[in-house]
Ligand binder design. Structure first.
Ligand SMILES: [Fe+2]
Length: 263
């Protein structure tokens, strides 16, 4: 029966491998409560809903989440590509997320100046937990924390972490990966970020490293980084930014990440 279930789940999700780079990661967190061992988080980031690009890829990301039924969903900002007319359409897309567990969200730089108004309020009405320099405790001692955007808002990691004991593990949602430079406390932490789009282009001379350094002034581009007690993952995101002729990806696929929590 179990095998049949696994087979059907695989066939149900195979088609998404043609759309996204779906990466799976085991994450070890000290003092993870035994009741949370094996719990799964799916992260999607940087949807950048925009009127000049069809919604099908964003809808596919939501379909994937529903197909794999993670225990938690992490949405790490840049839901819209700046214009407020994209807010209701992206809320409509996100309203189709149907999972048993919690959905956590933080705002990104493209979400402002709407990141403190209609957009987060709309998400809260969907039942999402929008974390603005705050944290919530799950089960017997895992925390989900989130910060406002580093560039466009009042990002305050100390406020987000202030009530968390140093010996309890934290999953921090932060749109901008450079947040790790601003976290002073030594929590045992998984940090989930986006923002860079992995460079969006992967060209021989105009490399992701050069694009991110010039455009975003960061060397945290994609994948895993380890900073003190922090394990940072930078997700390449789903959507694209830039004016219409630059609004595409080249050898830099959209990404969905899945994390399995282990002690
Ligand atoms: Fe973005």
């Amino acid at each position: 029966m179990l095998e049949r279930y696994e087979e059907s789940q695989t066939s149900n999700t195979d088609k998404y491998n043609n759309i996204f780079d779906i990466t799976h990661h085991d994450v070890h967190l000290q003092n993870l409560p035994s009741s949370l061992i094996g719990k799964r988080i799916v992260q999607i980031s940087d949807l950048h809903r925009r009127h000049d690009i069809p919604d099908c890829i964003l809808e596919s990301a939501v379909e994937y989440i529903n197909a794999v039924q993670p225990d938690y969903v992490a949405l790490t900002g840049d839901f819209i590509n700046s214009s407020p007319r994209n807010i209701q359409p992206v809320l409509n897309i996100l309203s189709h997320i149907h999972v048993k567990g919690d959905v956590f969200a933080v705002m990104g730089n493209h979400d402002y100046p709407h990141g403190r108004g209609v957009l987060p309020e709309g998400m809260r009405k969907l039942g999402f937990q929008v974390l603005m320099n705050e944290s919530v405790r799950i089960g017997n001692g895992l925390w989900f924390a989130g910060v406002d955007d580093l560039l466009k808002s009042s990002c305050d990691p100390e406020k987000a972490l202030h009530n968390i004991p140093l010996n309890e593990p934290v999953v921090m949602l932060a749109h901008n990966p450079d947040i790790v430079k601003h976290i002073k406390l030594d929590h045992n932490m998984l940090v989930l970020s986006g923002h860079t789009h992995g460079g969006q282009y992967n060209l021989p001379i105009l490399t992701p490293e050069l694009i991110c350094l010039i455009h975003l002034r960061t060397r945290l581009i994609h994948g895993w980084y380890h900073v003190r007690n922090m394990q940072l993952y930078v997700n390449r995101g789903i959507g694209v930014s830039g004016v219409w002729f630059l609004a595409k990806r080249y050898k830099c696929d959209p990404e969905i990440t899945e994390y399995t929590l282990l002690p």
